[in-house]
Design a protein around this ligand. Structure first.
Ligand SMILES: Cc1ncc(COP(=O)(O)O)c(C=O)c1O
Length: 527
């Protein structure tokens, strides 16, 4: 009887049944009367560059001996009757683990090629999505690997990815969370922390646009702050920077700014105002990963910033998000709010990082109360799983190519749709902005029936989306929210009624883009 990890000599018959050959192998599976055997070859030089092969020597062997340095080709396996296998040793557990994972990797790669590779585009039939997951076998391999680890909660993959993002943004801290909405909740809730010298109180005002995503606004309301709305620009779809100062009162404590559809807000104006009136700046960069203002990444200007990794976004983990912390006073506060509100900042499985686990005085708790169970904030559990982070790590490697593809797709539409300017308003961006586009926004001119345009595009298989909530004050769940409007929201209403966007995501092919332009031109000609 053999186990997985046993080294065996297998008696194998020649195909023409002219005789038998003895060959070495490793047992990597067992079912009924058979073992699954991975080939062991002495031709190390020949096979060493195969991605699913591993070189072994006697250091990898627990018992028995290899005659020479060899290579296990984990993808190259065959089933053999048990009675034809003669055990001669046992491979060490760590090496067997590696071989099994390489074997699984080879299967996953095949499955990806069979089931997940992009389908052929059929104009008019294949849907052209506004966005979507773009991935290859690497994401699935990482996902499977993390499920084999079975760590489940945020663990080694999450740690690696947080480090990568922290470096990418040169941030004080980066926290992975389970969504962009959670990231926004953490940022806004942090402003109320009693650890701050002058925390925000209910009733304090936060300036933000009404052209927004709902969960950019809701944390402001959930925390009892009052949103103050200013109008947006038709073209950039961002707040009009010149209107910001007018909105500032004694009660104003912060600005929450989304970089709409990946188009950077004028951060010169925002940061000047922040300094002048001592305002916190929270950037919603959920749609804008990789966008830059004046050569500096958005998400690095404010005290904190949020990212989303929902499939529509620049990179995905299914569900997921991140908080970029640029201001050191929020490093522990944001972490605490993510992790149940706890005061302790030990990593999972670690204890006593602070050195006074049982010797601190917290609130009115008895002296020495276990720091692991001290709660200094009204927090949540907004962490993600290691499986999500594993996918994210593979996606992170593709980020710069994704951003470049989004920009290229955007410019293709921009150049090719210029001739429709009498019918549509093309997107605009400021001189210092280098957007990382989430979509291609189109505002139809007043005399055009947008409903018909959208209907015809959707009929042709081209997905369209509104600029999120439009004027959020018109949304059923937001009709009665406490708020203040400065000036009017005329453009905001126009964006709500006359703007939609189409996708620029990296999954678009040249053929698809050509088709989209052709259909849009036809639709506007006929309308
Ligand atoms: C600007 C903006 N903020 C926040 C979010 C919320 O992100 P999530 O869907 O990950 O919760 C989105 C989602 O698309 C968004 O576009």
């Amino acid at each position: 009887m053999c186990d997985i990890g046993d080294l065996v000599i297998v008696k194998t018959e020649f195909t023409d049944q002219s005789g038998w050959k003895l060959r070495p192998g490793l047992v990597v599976g067992e079912y009924l009367d058979d073992y699954l055997i991975a080939f062991i070859s002495k031709q190390v030089e020949r096979y060493k560059n195969e991605p699913t092969s591993i070189v072994i020597d006697n250091n990898d062997v627990l018992s028995g001996r290899l005659k020479r340095k060899s290579i296990i080709r984990a993808h190259k396996t065959f089933w053999s009757e048990k009675k034809l296998c003669q055990k001669f040793g046992i491979l060490k557990k760590e090496t067997t683990d590696k071989v099994l994972r390489l074997h699984i990797k080879s299967l996953v790669r095949n499955y990806y090629a069979f089931a997940h590779c992009p389908k052929r585009f059929i104009p008019g039939k294949t849907k052209i999505h506004y966005s979507g997951r773009v991935y290859d076998e690497k994401e699935i391999i990482n996902l499977v690997n993390s499920s084999l680890d079975f760590w489940l909660t945020a663990g080694p993959y999450a740690k690696k990815l947080e480090k990568k993002f922290k470096e990418f943004f040169s941030a004080k801290a980066f926290y992975l969370v389970n969504s962009g909405s959670s990231a926004n909740l953490i940022m806004v809730s942090s402003l109320k922390s009693q650890k701050l010298e002058n925390p925000l109180k209910p009733g304090d005002e936060i300036i933000t646009p009404a052209v927004t995503f709902p969960t950019t606004l809701t944390p402001i309301l959930q925390n009892g702050f009052v949103p103050v709305f200013i109008d947006c620009d038709v073209g950039t779809y961002n707040i009009i920077p010149e209107l910001l100062e007018e909105a500032v009162t004694k009660k104003t404590r912060a600005i929450v700014i989304p970089h709409t559809l990946g188009n950077p807000v004028n951060m010169d104006v925002v940061m000047k105002l922040s300094q002048k009136y001592n305002l916190y700046i929270l950037e919603d960069a959920c749609d804008a990963l990789g966008a830059e203002w004046d050569g500096k990444l958005v998400g690095t200007f404010g005290n904190m910033a949020s990212l989303s990794f929902y499939p529509a976004h620049h990179i995905t983990m299914g569900e997921g998000g991140g908080v970029i912390v640029n201001d050191s006073k929020f490093v522990k506060i944001a972490l605490s709010i993510r992790d149940w509100g706890r005061d302790c900042w030990c990593e999972p499985g670690k204890s006593n990082t602070c050195g006074k686990r049982f010797s601190g005085q917290y609130g009115k708790l008895p002296f020495g109360y276990d720091h692991k169970y001290v709660y200094s904030h009204l927090g949540y559990n907004l962490k993600l799983t290691d499986m999500q982070a594993a996918i994210g790590l593979a996606q992170f490697e593709k980020l710069s190519a994704f951003i470049a593809a989004r920009r290229k797709n955007f410019m293709f539409y921009y150049e090719n749709l210029k001739e429709l300017e009498d019918k549509i308003i093309l997107p605009k961006w400021e001189k210092k902005a280098n957007p990382s586009w989430f979509g291609f926004p189109i505002t139809v001119r007043e005399d055009i029936d947008i409903k018909k345009v959208i209907e015809k595009l959707e009929e042709a298989g081209i997905e369209t989306r509104k600029v999120f909530a439009g004027n959020i004050l018109k949304q059923p769940g937001f009709l009665d929210i406490p708020h203040r409007i400065v000036g009017n929201l005329k453009n905001t209403d126009e964006i709500m009624t006359r703007t939609f966007f189409i996708g620029v995501y990296p999954g678009l092919t040249e053929e698809m883009r050509g088709y989209v332009v052709q259909v849009i031109k036809k639709v506007f000609k006929e309308i």
